[in-house]
Design a protein around this ligand. Structure first.
Ligand code: HEC
Length: 119
């Protein structure tokens, strides 16, 4: 009898664990992909273009070319704050992106610079 109770308890524990992990996966699927390129294309390319040079919409809002020296000379912290807090017509992303995702975008913008002469 006691053995049955123990087995039931273990079984219940497994069920709870499996349920929690599948819930975890489901909520994960709703959050943006942690991949920086996917995030950039989903949230930023509408204004900055896939390559960072600026879409027609971005250019009409005077969005800077993210590959330009004016942007690239700024520190990671300054760019991260820009993305989180926004500025003028640049929207704030702190409610949509985690700190980690913002830092990934900073690194992604650094990588765009290196593609400048080699698109
Ligand atoms: C609605 C259009 C729009 C979207 C969407 C947008 N931006 Fe911007 N972004 C701008 C504009 C406009 C500026 C120029 C703002 C200014 O200098 O006043 C800018 C500027 C910037 C800058 C340059 C800051 C500087 O020093 O000039 C960075 C970096 C940047 N955006 C990153 C991002 C990232 C990363 C995303 C996506 C998470 C994003 N932006 C989404 C419009 C946008």
């Amino acid at each position: 009898m006691r053995r049955t109770v123990v087995r039931l308890a273990i079984f219940a524990g497994i069920v709870v664990t499996l349920t929690q992990s599948s819930f975890g996966q489901r909520s994960h699927a709703l959050t943006p992909d942690p991949n920086a390129a996917v995030v950039f294309n989903a949230y930023c390319a509408v204004c900055h273009g896939v390559d960072g040079t600026g879409s027609p919409t971005g250019k009409s809002l005077h969005a800077a070319d993210l590959r330009s020296a004016a942007v690239q000379k700024q520190s990671n912290a300054a760019l991260a704050r820009f993305i989180s807090e926004g500025k003028e017509r640049m929207p704030a992303f702190k409610s949509q992106l985690t700190h980690r995702q913002v830092m990934d975008e900073v690194l992604y913008i650094r990588a765009l610079r290196h593609r400048k002469n080699n698109p």
